[in-house]
Design a protein around this ligand. Structure first.
Ligand SMILES: Cc1cc2nc3c(=O)[nH]c(=O)nc-3n(C[C@H](O)[C@H](O)[C@H](O)COP(=O)(O)O)c2cc1C
Length: 165
């Protein structure tokens, strides 16, 4: 199973988390890709596509990822697996990591199989678009307030991905 990690990052946090996930999963550096420099069709090179972005503005998806998924959402990805992660700040409690939920919505038309949900109870927020049916559609990281939790959460999520891939 070939894995590609695609990230959109404005100040480098999601980039750094993408690289840490890559190390934990054993993904080659060349397959950890900034979406700013990638063509949407390149997701077709991978069996497991991991998408990561941050949340900006008043709860918006990071802009490079939004532009990228505009192209990706037109592709037929049936038979491929997709997993989501995102970086945000729990203190922005009403829009915590909304971008992850918006990525999920944009990817629904592709018919890919989504994997890698994560328990909602471990986070402290009032609302996130990333919560569906009581769980989070992917891994959320708050590296600003809880940098100590970043590594254990990555490890736990990667073990889920390995079971589901
Ligand atoms: C102006 C501004 C708005 C933000 N809005 C949100 C938000 O609505 N929800 C959230 O969870 N985080 C929000 N954040 C926090 C960022 O998503 C967080 O710092 C993230 O780690 C940045 O990742 P990046 O460097 O990969 O872009 C905001 C940060 C700033 C500076």
């Amino acid at each position: 199973m070939k894995t590609g990690i695609f990230y959109g990052s404005t100040t480098g946090t999601t980039e750094s988390v993408a690289k840490r996930i890559g190390v934990a999963l054993g993904v080659d550096e060349k397959d950890i890709i900034n979406v700013k420099k990638a063509s949407p069709a390149s997701v077709g090179d991978y069996d497991l596509i991991i998408l990561g972005c941050s949340t900006w503005g008043s709860g918006d998806m990071q802009s490079d990822m939004h532009d990228f998924l505009d192209g990706v959402q037109a592709l037929d990805l049936e038979g491929k697996k997709v997993a989501f992660f995102g970086c945000g700040n729990e203190k922005m409690a009403k829009t915590f990591c909304n971008g992850v939920g918006y990525m999920y919505d944009m990817m629904r038309p592709t018919r890919a199989n989504f994997i890698g949900s994560y328990p909602a109870e471990v986070y402290s927020f009032k609302h996130t678009e990333a919560e569906r049916d009581g769980s989070i559609v992917g891994l959320l990281i708050d590296d600003t307030n809880h940098p100590d939790l970043t590594e254990p959460r990555i490890k736990q999520w990667v073990s889920v991905l390995k079971e589901e891939e």
